[in-house]
Design a protein around this ligand. Structure first.
Ligand SMILES: NC(=O)C1=CN([C@@H]2O[C@H](COP(=O)(O)OP(=O)(O)OC[C@H]3O[C@@H](n4cnc5c(N)ncnc54)[C@H](O)[C@@H]3O)[C@@H](O)[C@H]2O)C=CC1
Ligand SMILES: CC(C)CC(=O)C(=O)O
Length: 365
C-alpha cells in the first residue's frame, strides 16, 4: 500500500503509529478530517493478518467516521484507532494507559471510544491518562457501553428501510438474518425478537450463537451460509466488506440493514445491490447511535436527549431513501452527498479570521 498516495487521494490529515514495548502496544490512530470538530471514533482491537491490513482498516474506518459524524449532524470529525492483538489474551493495564498518553499527546485532535474488541473497562484505563475518551463508566457521569444504543438505532433504521421495501415498518413475522451476534447485534436481536421477527443468526464465536439461539429462539447457520438464507432482511453486524462480488449473488434479502462499519467492499457493490432493487440502509447512517450517544458526553451526558436523537435515525434513513429516489442514485451515494455537502459548507465558512491564543498575532513580542 502506498500510504501517502492513499492519504492524499482521500485527503487524510494524520496517521499516527504508537508503540510501547513494555505493554506490547501496537496502535494505529488515523485522523481523516477535523473540519467539523475533533475527530471522534472508536478503538478496535483485532488479530490482523498483517500490519498493512491494520493500516487499511484504520484508514477506512476513520473516513467512515467523518461521514458518519457529518451525516448525524454532530460537530465532530472522523478518526479511528486499531490495536493489533488478540482482545481475549493480549490486553493489559499498561497497554491502555500508554495508549491514553498517546491520545493525550494529540491534544484533543482525536477522541476515542469502544469498538470491536474493546470495552468500557478499557476506556476507563485510557481515561486515567486523558480526558479525550468517551464511552467510559457511568460512574463518571458518562454513557457507558455504546453498543445497546447503537443497536437501538439500527433497529429504528431497519424499520425505515423495511417500510420502503414492504410498505409497512412492522418487523413482525419478518425473517432477519443476523451476521455476528456480539455486543451490538445481541441487543438488536432483543428488539427484533420483542417485535416478533424470526431470527437466523451466525457467528464465528459458538458461544455467541448459543446465547442467541437460547434467548431469541433463533435458528443458527454456519458463517458462510448466512448470505444465502431465505430472509427479508440481511443484517451485517460483524466486520466490514461483507457485501462483495462473492456474497451479492447469494443474497435473497430485500433489505440490507446492519451495524457493521464499511459493509460495502467497494462503491460498485453499492451500485450492484441498488440495481437488484435491494433497499440498502447506508452503514454509517444506520449505525450512528453509538457515536451520537457518546458525543452527548461532551455536553454533559443526558441519556434522554441522546436517545431522542438516536430515535431520529428512522427519519435519517427515510430521508436518504427519499433523496436516492428523487435523484435516481443508490442510497450510499445519497448519504455521501448529505455528509459531503455539510463538510463543504463548514469548510467554506471558516474563511473569517478569528484571533485565538494560538494565532501568530498572539505571539508577537
Ligand atoms: N459497538 C458499537 O457501538 C458500534 C459498533 N459498530 C460496528 O458494528 C460491528 C459490531 O460491533 P460490536 O458488536 O461492538 O463488536 P463485537 O466484537 O461485540 O461483535 C462482532 C461479532 O462478530 C463476530 N464475527 C467476527 N467475524 C465474523 C464472521 N466472519 N462471521 C460471523 N461473525 C463474525 C464476532 O465473533 C463478534 O461476536 C462492527 O463492525 C463495529 O465496527 C458500529 C457503530 C457502533
Ligand atoms: C462510539 C463509537 C462506537 C463510535 C464508533 O467508533 C463507530 O460508530 O464506529
Amino acid at each position: 500500500m502506498e500510504i501517502f498516495k492513499y492519504m492524499e487521494h482521500y485527503d487524510y490529515e494524520q496517521l499516527v503509529f504508537c508503540q510501547d514495548r513494555q505493554s506490547g502496544l501496537k496502535a494505529i490512530i488515523a485522523i481523516h478530517d477535523t473540519t467539523l470538530g475533533p475527530a471522534l471514533g472508536g478503538t478496535r482491537m483485532w488479530t490482523y493478518e498483517s500490519e498493512e491490513e491494520a493500516i487499511e482498516d484504520a484508514l477506512r474506518l476513520a473516513r467512515g467516521m467523518t461521514y458518519k459524524n457529518a451525516a448525524a449532524g454532530l460537530n465532530l470529525g472522523g478518526g479511528k484507532t486499531v490495536i493489533i492483538g488478540d482482545p481475549r489474551k493480549d490486553k493489559n493495564e499498561e497497554m491502555f494507559r500508554a495508549f491514553g498518553r498517546y491520545i493525550q499527546g494529540l491534544n484533543g485532535r482525536y477522541i476515542t471510544a469502544e469498538d470491536v474488541g474493546t470495552t468500557v473497562a478499557d476506556m476507563d484505563l485510557i481515561h486515567e491518562e486523558t480526558d479525550y475518551v468517551t464511552g467510559i463508566s457511568p460512574a463518571f457521569g458518562s454513557s457507558g457501553n455504546p453498543s445497546p444504543v447503537t443497536a437501538y438505532g439500527v433497529y429504528r433504521g431497519m424499520k425505515a428501510a423495511v417500510m420502503e421495501a414492504f410498505g409497512t415498518d412492522s418487523l413482525e413475522g419478518k425473517v432477519v438474518a443476523v451476521q455476528g451476534v456480539g455486543n451490538v447485534a445481541y441487543n438488536l436481536c432483543k428488539h427484533l425478537h420483542e417485535e416478533g421477527a424470526h431470527l437466523v443468526v451466525t457467528d464465528i464465536n459458538k458461544e455467541a450463537v448459543r446465547r442467541a439461539v437460547e434467548d431469541f429462539n433463533a435458528k443458527a447457520v454456519e458463517p458462510n451460509d448466512i448470505y444465502s438464507v431465505e430472509c427479508d432482511v440481511y443484517a451485517p453486524c460483524a466486520l466490514g466488506a461483507t457485501i462483495n462480488d462473492v456474497t451479492i449473488p447469494q443474497i435473497k434479502a430485500k433489505v440490507i440493514a446492519g451495524a457493521a462499519n464499511n459493509q460495502l467492499k467497494d462503491t460498485k457493490h453499492g451500485d450492484l445491490i441498488h440495481e437488484m432493487g435491494i433497499v440498502y440502509a447506508p452503514d454509517y447512517v444506520i449505525n450512528a447511535g453509538g457515536v451520537i450517544n457518546v458525543a452527548d458526553e461532551l455536553y454533559g451526558y443526558n441519556s434522554e436527549r441522546a436517545l431522542k436523537k438516536v430515535e431520529g435515525i428512522y427519519n435519517n434513513i427515510a430521508r436518504v431513501i427519499e433523496i436516492a429516489k428523487r435523484d435516481g442514485i443508490p442510497t450510499y451515494q445519497a448519504a455521501d452527498r448529505l455528509a459531503e455537502e455539510r463538510i463543504e459548507r463548514m469548510r467554506n465558512s471558516r474563511s473569517q479570521f478569528l484571533q485565538n491564543g494560538h494565532h501568530i498575532l498572539s505571539r508577537r513580542p
